[in-house]
Ligand binder design. Structure first.
Ligand SMILES: Cc1cc2nc3c(=O)[nH]c(=O)nc-3n(C[C@H](O)[C@H](O)[C@H](O)COP(=O)(O)OP(=O)(O)OC[C@H]3O[C@@H](n4cnc5c(N)ncnc54)[C@H](O)[C@@H]3O)c2cc1C
Length: 385
């Protein structure tokens, strides 16, 4: 985080105890009970070893943590969910934001305001109750703020409406001097510009207000093919994407699945091609757009999108931890991937999937009907029976 001094001073237990008295959430040192769990994020490929963790319960806790770091010359790291540990927080004051979960949706202004710990699952579900939708990403467990500060490319409406960060109306942010600022285009246009894409480089965001769209239906889903058909599938995909309307957002994932019992049998130990679609239009138009991809190669699997309740309950009872996946460059060799987005992912341990029987499905109108499939499109392979 910019502006924090770098000359490190020794931090005594007494000083940490004093900090602990000033914050509502916990202040944890290595060796404290709760430290390992608090330091661990979603992505188990990274292990954070911060000098101190402040489990922020509110904006004041964030201010105290940032000031403490400044006083002691320690860097600051912020983690909401630990999905994207671009910077490992070793030796830092790590601020965890997942306790900050206040949220409101204003249906008249068509905006939502979320605190730093809110994840997409809640934001989408809440917005959908009033017929609105955000530019969310593929995972319901990713943090709204972290996603948006990185730009935020929506798997459902990204091509129609652009980057999520462009929908930010205002941010509450603790800057390196420990001040809490309400940042908007009117008050601090430069800081707002820098934060939208700047991740945590310019401060710790405690809350964010952003625009929503009046969307209640979309035609969306995923098609799964065996890896040996990669070239054929990507050729068809390339053709589709050269003429696709903006209302169609799509992506391709090449999934190198590990040999694990938790991985569904049809994909265990194999390379799988997963095409994901989301169309803001009629079922008939969506089906027509997707038809060449259905015909490109045998479709081996697609979880029932109608089975969203099972999917949601599976996500909530399944382990949220997953090791990062790997995708050797050779996986796509020889395939025309010019217009394809290649993703890396893997199945979390403990999540199983039943045999898929349908492919693309019209999403009925209604809140949960919109929200849950929307969120699970790209992780459809993880759907439980
Ligand atoms: C399964 C999965 C699917 C994804 N799908 C998409 C997608 O469809 N589209 C897309 O654009 N991205 C996607 N991403 C990427 C995701 O948006 C980034 O990994 C994002 O940074 C995660 O944010 P987080 O807060 O959940 O994670 P964290 O690891 O907690 O945070 C990541 C980084 O965000 C910053 N940050 C988080 N909170 C704050 C805060 N309050 N103040 C300041 N900085 C903060 C920090 O720099 C932090 O290091 C996906 C990631 C995963 C794991």
């Amino acid at each position: 985080m910019a502006g924090v001094r770098t000359s490190v001073t020794h931090v005594t237990n007494e000083q940490v105890d004093q900090l602990a008295e000033r914050v509502t959430g916990p202040a944890l040192r290595p060796g404290d009970e709760g430290y390992p769990g608090e330091a661990e994020g979603f992505n188990l490929a990274f292990r954070h070893r911060p000098a101190l963790i402040v489990g922020a319960a509110n904006a004041s806790d964030v201010q105290q943590a940032v000031r403490f770091a400044g006083d002691h010359g320690l860097p600051v790291a912020v983690v909401a969910t630990g999905h994207g540990p671009a910077v490992v927080a070793d030796g830092a004051v790590m601020i965890t934001a997942w306790r900050m979960t206040d949220m409101m949706v204003d249906p008249v202004r068509q905006v939502a305001r979320v605190e730093a710990g809110v994840r997409w699952r809640r934001a989408v579900d809440r917005a959908a109750t009033v017929g609105l939708a955000p530019l969310c990403g593929s995972s319901p467990t990713v943090g709204v703020v972290g996603y948006t500060l990185g730009g935020g490319l929506s798997v459902t409406m990204g091509r129609a409406h652009g980057w999520a960060s462009d929908q930010v109306r205002s941010l509450d942010v603790v800057t390196a001097d420990g001040e809490l600022r309400h940042v908007s285009a009117e008050s601090d246009p430069d800081l707002l510009w820098a934060l939208r894409g700047g991740k945590s480089n310019f401060g710790v965001v405690t809350a964010m207000e952003f625009g929503l769209f009046p969307v209640t239906r979309l035609y969306a889903g995923g098609l799964f093919y065996s890896g040996e058909h990669t070239a054929a599938v990507l050729r068809a995909y390339q053709e589709l994407t050269t003429r696709a309307p903006d209302e169609l957002t799509s992506s391709v994932a090449l999934l190198r699945m590990p040999e694990r019992p938790a991985v569904p049998e049809f994909m265990r130990g194999r390379l799988i091609v997963n095409l994901r679609f989301s169309y803001l239009g009629s079922e008939a138009e969506g089906a027509e757009l997707v038809a060449p991809l259905r015909a490109a190669a045998p479709v081996i699997h697609c979880p029932r999108l109608e089975a969203r309740k099972a999917t949601a309950s599976a996500m909530s009872r399944g382990s949220p931890k997953r090791p990062s996946g790997t995708l050797p460059a050779s996986a796509a060799r020889g395939a025309p991937i010019a217009s394809a987005m290649v993703c890396m992912t893997s199945v979390p341990p403990g999540v199983s999937t039943g045999p898929g029987v349908t492919t693309l499905t019209r999403i009925p109108a209604g809140a949960s009907a919109f929200a849950r499939p929307l969120l699970y499109v790209a992780s459809a392979a993880l759907a439980a029976a």
